[in-house]
Design a protein around this ligand. Structure first.
Ligand code: G3P
Length: 216
């Protein structure tokens, strides 16, 4: 399973990339706004840190505008992945961009049929939002399972990029189902390592080691 980080904060991206666990980055207009930085500048900096796919989202809602913005974003770096919304215009842009060899992430997916359309449009990634379905009392992980089955039924190449993952439990659930990628905020990635018995075990080992009076 690939790990992407869902943020536009370059210091956090650098820290996670240094550990060696980062396969890519996803951003969206809300995360860019939160960073307080210029969109193209921050995407360029992220692409200089991470060699895997870096999603940059178009903000036009019409096909022509999306294509114009995609052309601008593609100039930033080879690993820029164009992110388009799951609309008719977004699917049309997806088809056009993937046909010319550009990676596309189709975002804001909330149903299996939407994911089927994205795969037919040649999407490199489909982004179903797990947490936002949970927010309205639906089971976001059930959607991941449905998409996994449909993509496997027809051997679609589109990778399932489980998004809006808010907890380590979400990560485990989508990994068990077989999502190809999990994109998570930095705190969720760091949360995966934590277990109270690991901390307790380290404390015990350190105390016992001290009793030996030895050093390494
Ligand atoms: O990748 C999508 C993600 O940024 C949405 O997360 O927590 O705002 O639903 P959230």
């Amino acid at each position: 399973m690939k790990f992407f980080v869902d943020t536009a904060e370059v210091n956090e991206i650098r820290e996670l990339a240094d550990i060696g666990l980062l396969d890519g980055v996803t951003t969206n207009p809300s995360l860019i706004a939160k960073s307080g930085r210029q969109f193209k500048e921050v995407i360029a900096e992220i692409c200089s840190i991470v060699s895997g796919p870096v999603s940059a989202e178009v903000v036009s809602l019409d096909y022509a505008g999306m294509m114009r913005e995609a052309a601008e974003l593609k100039k930033i770096a080879k690993n820029v992945t164009i992110k388009v919304p799951l609309t008719i215009d977004g699917l049309k842009a997806c088809k056009a961009l993937t046909s010319e060899g550009t990676m596309v992430n189709v975002t804001l997916c909330f149903s299996a049929n939407q994911a089927l359309l994205a795969a037919k449009a040649g999407a490199s990634f489909i982004s179903p939002f797990v947490g936002r379905l949970d927010d309205i009392h639906l089971d976001g992980t059930e959607l991941i399972a449905e998409i996994r089955q449909i993509y496997d039924n027809y051997a679609f190449d589109t990778e399932i990029l489980a998004a809006s993952l808010r907890t380590p439990l979400h990560v485990k659930q989508v990994a068990l189902i077989g999502a190809d990628v999990a994109t998570m905020p930095p705190a969720v990635i760091k949360g995966l390592v934590k277990h109270p018995l690991t901390d307790k075990g380290i404390e015990q080992f350190m105390a016992d080691w001290k009793k030996t009076g030895q050093s390494l």
